[in-house]
Write a protein of this length. Structure first.
Length: 213
């Protein structure tokens, strides 16, 4: 199984995003959190910023929509340059219709679940998904502590599907990446641990190596 590190630019310096992207050239994906201030109590960036970043970065964009009505914005994010479009099962949009819209635009579809959401909600859609995102913090803000109690969700998905990417987002560092990897995760969103390190690319390598232990 391929282990992938997806640094979250939520923890980066927004005044110098091009420079920050160059500092994580060793990453497998770029995790971009889109928050609407309604689905979660925070507001981040939208499609125009993603479109601008795409011009200066050739690493695939892993776009995580934390918004109430994702189906209304799939076209915008697809045309802006998202490679993977992930939305929440807890959103207001019909899950199957939203997944199908993402796929119709030639993008990879992913579903996310909050820590308290039963993982069973994603199971009917696994055959259409490239990835499942299991939140290991409550979504909305960076820098929170890793919630080990959600690991059984990862174990359940991995037991059912050996091939699908399982992503974890929240509190990932050089120690918690091992816990998530042992549970069956293979894609790791890391924000603070990467961007607050002295050499982000070296931290990415360390995280990837620790995931393989």
């Amino acid at each position: 199984m391929e282990f992938k590190i997806s640094p979250s630019i939520l923890a980066s310096d927004y005044a110098n995003l091009e420079r920050e992207l160059k500092s994580i050239s060793n990453s497998d994906l770029i995790h971009i959190d889109v928050m609407d201030g309604h689905f979660v109590p925070n507001i981040t960036i939208g499609a125009p910023v993603i479109k601008a970043l795409k011009k200066v970065c050739n690493i695939p964009f892993d776009v995580h929509l934390m918004i109430s009505n994702p189906i209304d914005y799939i076209d915008d994010f697809a045309s802006a340059g998202a490679d993977i479009i992930c939305f929440h099962t807890e959103s207001n949009s019909d899950i199957e219709k939203t997944v199908d819209k993402i796929l119709s635009l030639g993008k990879k579809a992913a579903l996310a679940v909050k820590p308290k959401t039963d993982i069973g909600v994603v199971l009917p859609y696994l055959d259409k998904l490239s990835m499942v995102l299991v939140m290991t913090v409550e979504p909305g803000f960076g820098g929170q502590s890793f919630m080990e109690e959600v690991m059984p969700k990862i174990e359940k998905i991995r037991e059912i599907n050996k091939e699908i990417d399982i992503e974890v987002d929240g509190g990932i560092n050089e120690e918690t990446v091992k816990i998530a990897s042992r549970a069956g995760a293979n894609v790791f969103v890391a924000g603070s641990s990467v961007f607050k390190s002295e050499v982000p690319n070296e931290m990415i390598t360390l995280l990837r190596n620790n995931a393989e232990l």
